[in-house]
Design a protein around this ligand. Structure first.
Ligand SMILES: Cc1cc2nc3c(=O)[nH]c(=O)nc-3n(C[C@H](O)[C@H](O)[C@H](O)COP(=O)(O)O)c2cc1C
Length: 412
């Protein structure tokens, strides 16, 4: 997409480093550290280590640092080492948001329910999904929520949003991607329901819309709320005629984004793609760290990943702004501000993305590698990221999330 040399921005293109508005928020620039589950919450509570991670990211120059992952309930965690939003977590979260604010940035919480991605053995609670599909991490079938369970889920999201806001978060990102619970409802492959939450796209989008409505009702207009929305699950060819084994696709994502826009509960959409359940590497593109991923597990999972690695962890060619071909479709479909994501790591790609009408820029791996990258790009627009999208950071989520190459360089 981009040439390595810096292309001077069109005068009409917003400066990525100039202040901007996102819903009710005043941002010091257009850069957001996206959700990268930090793996620093062994007891499901904030630790000093997590605070330091976000303090350092905030000091590095982003406008918003997104804390991930904040589950809405115990069974909504991918495993028991993740925070779930409850009164007991609030004091630590309050310290965390204060540390981010202390560095001049704002704090976002990624709020969600892991659905079929949850490890029911670790959580000691059944995983949920739109339908009774297998949940591989817990080696059991998911529970499919009935209408009463769904009403309870709305209330759970509402309660979680309240705790997050009372703990000082300025923004909430509602996870509607990666085949987590809400995304499992959106997916025609995973959602085989015959009630008002299954079948047509409007029905499959009902849970997402109800959750967004509940969250907005709870937090009001003083907090920014956006959805991280899948554009494509990575299952079935993009643009191919729908087949029963295909997941959610970009045509449907555009329609869902239009429904979100009409509902009026969101300040932005952050489009993403891929499935933590069925095709994780589509999220990232680049190298598929099969051996390191298998090594993060033991027992049958390790064996399964060794044998099935090439099928589960596919390799996709990485290029700068690799999700833009899909995101452009969303850009055309709605007027809502869009937070572009996926392989945005230098000033040239930032200018190009903003020049195409996207509003904000999210960065993940490049900030794990160099938290101060925004500041350095701001000072010198020719700065290039040292992230080589080897994706070795990915399996570290099971221990303590970090860029192993950065850690290695620090030791040397
Ligand atoms: C180590 C790691 C952990 C991640 N954890 C989450 C997460 O908790 N929630 C989420 O929505 N995305 C998660 N992601 C995906 C990122 O938010 C982002 O979509 C992806 O890394 C692409 O952006 P990038 O090219 O800037 O890295 C994670 C990514 C990495 C590398």
């Amino acid at each position: 997409m981009t040439s390595p040399a810096h292309i001077p921005p069109d005068p009409a293109t917003p400066d990525p480093f100039a202040p901007a508005r996102l819903g009710p928020l005043h941002l010091r620039n257009r850069l957001i550290k996206c959700a990268t589950f930090e793996g620093r919450t062994p007891d499901a509570l904030v630790t000093e280590d997590l605070i330091e991670f976000h303090r350092e990211t905030a000091a590095g120059g982003v406008a918003i640092s997104t804390v991930a992952y904040c589950a809405v309930s115990p069974e909504g965690r991918t495993d028991r080492h993740q925070i779930y939003l409850r009164p007991e977590a609030a004091p630590g979260l309050t310290q965390l948001t204060a540390a981010i604010h202390g560095e001049g940035a704002l704090a976002a919480a990624q709020i969600g329910h892991a659905g079929p991605v949850a490890n029911s053995i670790s959580n000691r609670a059944p995983a949920l999904a739109a339908s009774r599909i297998p949940a591989p991490m817990g080696m059991a079938l998911c529970k499919s929520p009935d209408a009463d369970d769904i009403a309870a889920l709305r209330a759970t999201f509402r309660r979680a949003a309240r705790i997050a806001v009372d703990s000082g978060f300025d923004a909430l990102e509602i996870h509607c991607g990666h085949n987590y619970l809400i995304s499992s409802f959106l997916s025609p492959l995973l959602n085989r329901r015959h009630d008002g939450y299954g079948g047509s796209l409007v029905n499959r989008a009902r849970l997402a819309r109800e959750v967004l409505e509940s969250v907005r009702e709870e937090v009001g207009d003083g907090v920014a709320v956006w959805a991280k929305l899948n554009m494509y699950d990575g299952v079935g060819a993009i643009g191919a005629p729908r087949r029963p084994w295909h997941g959610f696709n970009v045509d449907e994502a555009c329609q869902v984004a239009q429904l979100f826009e009409t509902d009026g509960h969101l300040d932005a959409i952050e489009p993403t793609a891929g499935s933590s359940l069925l095709n994780p590497m589509y999220l990232f593109h680049g190298e598929a760290p099969r051996a390191a991923f298998a090594d993060a597990f033991s027992g049958p999972m390790k064996w399964g990943l060794k044998v099935g690695g090439p099928f589960f962890l596919k390799r996709y060619q990485y290029h700068s702004g690799y999700l833009l071909p899909l995101a452009r479709r969303l850009r055309e479909a709605v007027d809502l501000p869009i937070i572009a994501l996926g392989g945005i790591t230098d000033r040239a790609s930032m200018d190009e993305v903003l020049g195409e009408g996207f509003d904000f820029l999210a960065m993940g791996r490049a900030l794990l590698r160099e938290p101060d990258l925004p500041q350095r790009i701001s000072a010198d627009p020719t700065t290039q990221s040292q992230c080589i999208h080897c994706n070795l950071c990915m399996p570290t989520i099971y221990t303590r999330t970090e860029c192993p190459i950065r850690e290695e360089a620090a030791v040397r």
